[in-house]
Design a binder for this molecule. Sequence first.
Ligand SMILES: N[C@](CCCC[B-](O)(O)O)(CCN1CCC(O)CC1)C(=O)O
Ligand SMILES: [Mn+2]
Ligand SMILES: [Mn+2]
Length: 302
Amino acid sequence: HSVGIIGAPFSKGQPKDGVECAPNKLRAAGLLERLQQQGCAVKDYGNLTFENVALDEPVKGSKSVRTVGSANQRLSEAVKAVKRDGHTAVMLGGDHSLAIGSIHGHTAAVGPVSVVWVDAHADIHTPLSSNTGNIHGQPMSYLLYELQSKVPPLPNFSWMKPCLSSRDLVYIGLRDVDPEEHYIMKLLTVKAFSMTQVDQLGVARVMEETCDYLSKKPIHLSYDIDAIDPSVTPATGTPAVGGLTYREGIYITEYLCQTGLLSAVDMVEVNPLRGRTEDDVHSTVSTAVDLLLGCFGRRREG
Ligand SMILES: N[C@](CCCC[B-](O)(O)O)(CCN1CCC(O)CC1)C(=O)O
Ligand SMILES: [Mn+2]
Ligand SMILES: [Mn+2]
């Protein structure tokens, strides 16, 4: 595996400080060395710098729109460059609003992709349906062709166009979905394996059905650490009880790795400041590292 790492220390898609510290925390935990030890070629593209747009007043309820738009434009270019260099792109967030730039840039480089979105949340609010105005709850609406008429033109977002079909999206781990999001998902017949299906089918069957459902396009895995149960990964901004076990989370990455289709990975919403203890932070960060190692060939058997 050849891996290109992009650090995206960005927090303005949500209100809680700390998520911008995660890229360096993940590096400090030995992510790159561990990838190299398991045989990956690793290139670190460093951390992106983002401009803080002044007077970034809410637009149609969405907060920090200009700052989020500018950050994602920069991220899109960076991911496109990493793909053009021939690597599997790894974007270390930062909050989940960064999936806008990551998936946009990935698509710009390789053409249409499949998205596997592992998350407690659907992140499919539109700017108008969101109750919080936090754009980390909205990225999917900026990306989906089918929701284009529901997203008004926003400042610093004119650089992008929707680039994903709802047919090429699968959710895994959902358990905290707002009514407006559920309505949108039903309307678009989006394929979703909530925690109910994880319980009913088991994670192995969920992964088989996910890959049977998806075409053979390059896969973009967008992994929100809050998909994992907060007893394992508490240092995150929007924890929700009843999540994936560590083993289920790892199995998802092992399964996608062996498809050979994994083309880009996001690891987002790790927030080192949200751990109550040092152990909370360590458990969250080391789980995120292990999930990424699972994407690139680490096998628990040795
Ligand atoms: N759906 C939420 C959470 C988004 C989480 C984004 B992430 O990237 O972490 O997946 C709101 C969630 N919900 C609102 C009502 C409250 O009672 C409980 C939280 C929103 O803010 O839109
Ligand atoms: Mn998310
Ligand atoms: Mn989430």
